[in-house]
Design a protein around this ligand. Structure first.
Ligand SMILES: [Zn+2]
Length: 126
């Protein structure tokens, strides 16, 4: 049974068969990242700095937690938006490249044999 999410993204999602995802909730995931300066924070910081340098504006957004506004992601399947200051739950791979919303994860985890781990297990990796 195909739906529009698979029709648009079926090939990409096939490649994620058997993948382990970590269940993260915002804004907590951001709060930990900001405190620990972990890989998620560093990814945002790298992007923010290169963006500010290339456009030569927005320097004030590099200060403190304002850097969070440089980041958002979309569910790989349905494009639901993730932001650091919106309450939401997403499932992410440990390289932080693939983000799946809670609804799509629930709908497809059996079909694609996805494994679920906790955010705590991700913190030790990033
Ligand atoms: Zn989704």
């Amino acid at each position: 049974m195909a739906d529009w999410r698979l029709e648009l993204n079926g090939h990409m999602i096939e490649d994620l068969s058997g993948t382990t995802f970590y269940k993260v909730t915002f804004p907590e995931f951001w709060e930990v990242a900001y405190r620990e300066k972990n890989a998620f924070y560093q990814m945002i910081e790298r992007y923010a700095k290169s963006h500010v340098e290339s456009s030569n504006k927005g320097h004030e957004f590099l200060e403190g937690e304002r850097i969070r506004h440089f980041w958002h992601e979309h569910c790989d399947l349905c494009y639901e938006k993730a932001m650091t200051d919106i309450n939401c739950t997403f499932f992410v791979t440990d390289d932080l490249r693939h983000w799946i919303c809670e609804k799509c994860f629930t709908d497809y985890k059996e079909q694609f044999n996805w494994h679920e781990k906790s955010a705590e297990e991700l913190y030790s990796k990033i």
